[in-house]
Design a protein around this ligand. Structure first.
Ligand SMILES: *Cc1c(COP(=O)(O)O)cnc(C)c1O
Length: 433
C-alpha cells in the first residue's frame, strides 16, 4: 500500500517512509492510495474474531510488506495489551471506554503502535531519530510512554504552559532519560505551529532525523480504526450504531470514518466539539473560518485548526453534501459539559471526564432528533486526568489510580520556552544526545 500527499498526489510514500517522515515535503498529509475495503464475509463474522485476528486484517493492507506478518502481530499484540470495553448505559446509549491503557488516554493505542513501528524501522537501519510532538496534554504522555528508554530515539515534547492537568504534566515531564519536555508560553496551536515550522527547516533537517508523532502520522492515525471494529464486535443492537466522538484534531473521528468507508457498519457519526467550533460552523455554513483557540475544560480538544479534517474531506471528494449525510457536528458549551457530567453521575453512577461528557451531550441531542436510533459515545480519558472539571461538577475528588502512584512522586523536569519558532530552532540545533 502506498500513500500520497493530499496536496501533491505525485508525492508518494510507502508505509515505512510515511511513518518515518510523518508529513510529506509539501507539509500536507499522507493519505492511503486505496482505502482497502473489507469483504462482507469478514464484516459479518467480526463478532467471532479474536482481537488480534481483527487487528491484523484491519492494519495489514496499510502496512503491506514493510513489516513482516509475525512482527506486525507482535506489534499489534503489544499495542492492544489492555481492554477496550463497551458498556451499556441505557436502552439507546452505550459508552466505549478507551482509557484503560498505560497513560489512561485513548492515544495509547496510536502511540504504542507508532512507536513500535518506528522502533522496528530504525533498528533495521541503525538510525537515530528525534520525535517531535506537540501536545495539548494527552498525546505527549502516550508518546513518551511508548518511546521511553528506547535506544536511538529521543522524544521532544512541546506542551502549553499552565494548560495541562497535574497528572498529565507528570506524564510529560517526569520520565527523564530520552524524553525532553518543553513548556511553551502559548497554546496548543502555537506548539503545533512550532513543530510544523521545525519540520520545514532545512538546517534542522540536516542536523536531525526528525519524525512527527502527532495524529497526522499515519502510524498513529490508522490504528485508531481498531476502536471502532472492537466496538462493533461488542455492539448488541439490531440497528447500526450512531457514533459520537469527542474531537479536537479530528484524528480519532477520521479513523472511525475510514473504518466505515471500508465497510464497518455504522449509522452516523457525530463530531462532538467544545467551544472550538471551526468544524461545526463549517459543516453548517460551508464557510471555513477558524477563530483563536478558546481554553475549555476538555482541553485536549482546544484546537481551532484541526489538521485531520482534510482527510475526512478527501474521503468524500470534498463533497460537503454527501459528507453531511454521514457526519453531524455539535458544539457543546462549558455549561452543557458540566451538566452532562452531572447527569451521567446521577442517572448512571458514571463519572465521565469532560471529553466523554461532550460526546455524551452531542449523542443525546442527536438521539432526541432520531429517537428510533441508538449509539455509543467514546470516552477518551480517565476522569482523574481532569480533576478540576470533576470537582466543579460533582464536588468530589477521584483518587489517583495505583498505576500512577510512582509517577506522581517523581520530579518535574522541563525547559520553559517562548512560543517562538526561532527559540525552538536554537534549542534543536544545540540539543544533542
Ligand atoms: C486527543 C484527545 C481528544 C481529541 O482527539 P482527536 O483525535 O485529536 O480529535 C479527545 N479526548 C482526549 C482525552 C484526548 O486526549
Amino acid at each position: 500500500m502506498n500513500f500520497h500527499s493530499l496536496l501533491t498526489p505525485t508525492i508518494q510514500a510507502s508505509f515505512k517512509q510515511a511513518t518515518l517522515q510523518g508529513q510529506p515535503e509539501d507539509r500536507s498529509l499522507f493519505y492511503p492510495n486505496q482505502l482497502a475495503s473489507l469483504d462482507a464475509d469478514f464484516i459479518n463474522k467480526i463478532k467471532e474474531k479474536s482481537k488480534l485476528e481483527l487487528a491484523l486484517r484491519v492494519m495489514q493492507p496499510f502496512v503491506g510488506d514493510d513489516i513482516p506478518e509475525n512482527e506486525l502481530l507482535r506489534i499489534l499484540d503489544e499495542t492492544l495489551c489492555f481492554d477496550i470495553p463497551m458498556k451499556k448505559l441505557s436502552e439507546s446509549v452505550s459508552i466505549l471506554e478507551l482509557f484503560h491503557g498505560p497513560t489512561l488516554a485513548f492515544k495509547d493505542v496510536g502511540a504504542r503502535f507508532m512507536s513500535r513501528c518506528i522502533r522496528y524501522f530504525t533498528r533495521e537501519e541503525n538510525k537515530k531519530v528525534t520525535i517531535l510532538v506537540a501536545t495539548s496534554g494527552d498525546t505527549g504522555g502516550a508518546v513518551a510512554d511508548g518511546f521511553y528508554d528506547v535506544e536511538g530515539v529521543e522524544v521532544i515534547i512541546l506542551y502549553p504552559h499552565g494548560k495541562v492537568s497535574p497528572v498529565q504534566e507528570k506524564q510529560l515531564t517526569a520520565l527523564g532519560k530520552n524524553i525532553y519536555a518543553l513548556e511553551i508560553d502559548g497554546d496548543f496551536d502555537d506548539c503545533q505551529r512550532m513543530v510544523k515550522t521545525a519540520f520545514a527547516d532545512t538546517d534542522i533537517q540536516s542536523k536531525k532525523n526528525l519524525c512527527s508523532a502527532n495524529s497526522i502520522n499515519v502510524a498513529r492515525w490508522l490504528p485508531q480504526q481498531l476502536y471502532y471494529f472492537l466496538a462493533y464486535s461488542q455492539w448488541q443492537s439490531e440497528t447500526k450504531p450512531v457514533v459520537s466522538v469527542p474531537s479536537g484534531n479530528f484524528g480519532n473521528l477520521c479513523a472511525g470514518m475510514l473504518a466505515a468507508q471500508r465497510g464497518l457498519p455504522t449509522q452516523h457519526f457525530i463530531a462532538a466539539c467544545n467551544s472550538n467550533d471551526t468544524i461545526p460552523r463549517y459543516i453548517e455554513s460551508q464557510i471555513f473560518s477558524p477563530r483563536p483557540t478558546i481554553a475549555t475544560m476538555s482541553n485536549a480538544m482546544d484546537v481551532s485548526l484541526p489538521s485531520n479534517f482534510i482527510r475526512i474531506e478527501a474521503m468524500y471528494d470534498k463533497d460537503l453534501t454527501r459528507l453531511q449525510k454521514d457526519l453531524s457536528a455539535c458544539t457543546v458549551s462549558e455549561d452543557d459539559t458540566l451538566a452532562a457530567i452531572i447527569q451521567l453521575y446521577h442517572q448512571n453512577q458514571y463519572i465521565a471526564d469532560p471529553h466523554g461528557a461532550v460526546a455524551f451531550h452531542a449523542l443525546q441531542s442527536y438521539l432526541q432528533q432520531h429517537p428510533e436510533q441508538s449509539g455509543y459515545f467514546v470516552e477518551t480519558a480517565h476522569p482523574v486526568k481532569f480533576p478540576d472539571a470533576i470537582s466543579k461538577a460533582l464536588s468530589l475528588q477521584i483518587p489517583i489510580p495505583a498505576s500512577l502512584e510512582d509517577l506522581m512522586k517523581k520530579e518535574k523536569q522541563s525547559t520553559r520556552m517562548a512560543a517562538n519558532d526561532n527559540a525552538f530552532k536554537d534549542y534543536l540545533m544545540s540539543h544533542h544526545t
